[in-house]
Design a protein around this ligand. Structure first.
Ligand SMILES: O=P(O)(O)OC[C@H]1O[C@H](OP(=O)(O)OP(=O)(O)O)[C@H](O)[C@@H]1O
Ligand code: HPA
Ligand SMILES: [Mg+2]
Length: 177
């Protein structure tokens, strides 16, 4: 099997422009509040780092690692916690930061888990969404871009742990040799 970077789905400039807009919107919505960003490792690392540069509110970060894809292009459907948050969520305004909502299974699991910890509020900010693949209906308050039903790489998104550092989002083309 050989692999190559396919068509570009979201250009680097468009990503950065949208992230600035999202940061400004979140700043307005959380004015006067203290925000806890929960980054979902590993994919959300680039997005969270860029987003928080556009937040003008008191803000802390924490991370959770869950994995359902491994080195496959299809979700296994079984979500596992690999690393939990460092601090309790009780009474906190929590914003979950995701790179992509695809089937929605990861986020469904996360929201159930985090809601049970008693946050003051719990919302989601996702850079990318694939609405055509969604198997569960979820409340995503902030969304960057809708992308088609194709396996995407770049800007945090991996295939077998590679390609996360690309500054744009593209498709991955896999061909049998
Ligand atoms: O909506 P879903 O179908 O559940 O897919 C979305 C999730 O899958 C990816 O994570 P992955 O499990 O690949 O871990 P990673 O972030 O470390 O790559 C992505 O970062 C989301 O967290
Ligand atoms: O399209 C994708 N690419 C990489 N990781 C993913 N996790 C869910 N969907 C995707
Ligand atoms: Mg992955």
């Amino acid at each position: 099997m050989s692999e190559e970077i396919g068509e570009i789905l979201v250009q680097a400039d468009d990503l950065q422009h949208k992230i600035k807009e999202m940061g400004e919107q979140i700043t307005r919505d959380y004015e006067g509040k203290s925000l806890l960003l929960v980054g979902v490792l590993k994919g959300a690392v680039l997005f969270l780092a860029d987003l928080m540069r556009h937040l003008d509110v008191t803000c802390e970060i924490d991370f959770m690692a869950v994995s359902s894809y491994g080195s496959s292009t299809e979700s296994s459907g079984v979500v596992r916690i690999l690393k939990d948050l460092d601090a309790p969520l009780e009474g906190r305004h929590v914003l979950v930061v995701e790179d992509i909502v695809d089937s929605g299974l990861t986020l469904q699991y996360l929201l159930r888990t985090l809601e049970a910890r008693g946050p003051a509020s719990l919302e989601v900010c996702a850079l990318l969404t694939k609405p055509s693949r969604r198997t569960v209906d979820l409340p995503v308050r902030y969304t960057g871009f809708e992308i088609p039903d194709k396996f995407a790489i770049g800007y945090g998104l991996d295939y077998a742990e590679r390609y996360r550092g690309l500054p744009y989002v593209a498709t991955l083309t896999l061909t049998d040799d």
